[in-house]
Design a protein around this ligand. Sequence first.
Ligand code: HEC
Ligand code: HEC
Length: 279
Amino acid sequence: MRNSFLRSCWGATLFFFILLARSKADDRNPFANDPKAAKAGEYEFRINCALCHGLGARGGGRGPDLTRAQKKHTHSDAEMFQVISNGLPGTAMPANGTNGQGVGMTDEEIWQIITYIRSVEVKAPAKPIGNVAHGKELFYGDANCSLCHMIDGKGGRLGPDLTGVGGSRTGESIIDSVRNPSRRLAWGLTEATKEFPQEYETVTVVTADGKEIKGVALNEDNFSVQMMDSNEQIYLLEKDKLRSFKKSRESMMPVFSADVLSDKDLDDIVAYLVGLGVK
Ligand code: HEC
Ligand code: HEC
């Protein structure tokens, strides 16, 4: 009686350890450091990820540089596997098999991509040039960025919240957004129901009683548009009640040319934004 009880305890313990060992094994990249797998992963990466993370994984307009050894969400290979499989909710990073990622990848293909990312990581990334403290001062002061942008809950609402921008985009692409705001409009909040989120397009309407309103589009469908004007007033308008409705890809953000904001000052602001991204 006692023996069989002990035996079943042992059995249960053993079973538990086998399970533990198995899940540990599944967390490990079966292709770690395998150059052939890295090559296959590079091919997969170009198809599924380069659109946002850039060719060579060095980052693009819509996704962060993945060659940085220090990452924001993912440290181990297992964490990276989770992020690539499930995406990062609330950001543009999609789950496997949705949005820009095309057809779903197999577990094997995901591990190959991780092997590729590890193979291009740069151990000591170049520090962003620029003075973080001065950048912060400019952001809230002379450069007026905080009139329209929020960081950690402080600032304006007309433009996108920039708290995470340093972690999700490269310094170069942030500079481009400031020098040429209209070249590539920012995305608004990601919504599960939409394949891609609304962009910050500029909308100009004339209401039935002749009032002109200009602002950024927050949300739009066939029948209605939700927009915010430069006083941060939000409007929800039915399109068929409007006298006119015009949309443009000319950003509401002013162009900051080098005579308004010098290259050095802009480097300082970028250093401040990128510093927030890796904290
Ligand atoms: C539609 C754009 C888009 C696509 C496609 C995309 N990503 Fe991302 N990814 C992002 C964004 C944006 C983030 C950063 C989210 C944040 O932190 O705000 C991100 C974050 C990540 C991270 C976390 C980085 C960190 O610092 O921890 C990894 C890893 C990653 N992506 C890998 C991939 C891989 C691999 C693919 C292709 C299979 C892929 N992504 C496809 C936009 C994308
Ligand atoms: C008058 C309001 C206004 C001011 C001032 C302003 N911005 Fe913007 N900004 C916007 C709007 C609106 C957008 C969204 C449309 C676009 O992408 O151009 C935007 C977009 C951006 C983006 C792109 C964000 C993304 O997620 O892609 C960055 C980066 C940015 N601004 C940085 C700055 C910096 C830095 C300053 C100060 C030097 C600044 N902005 C000043 C209104 C403003």
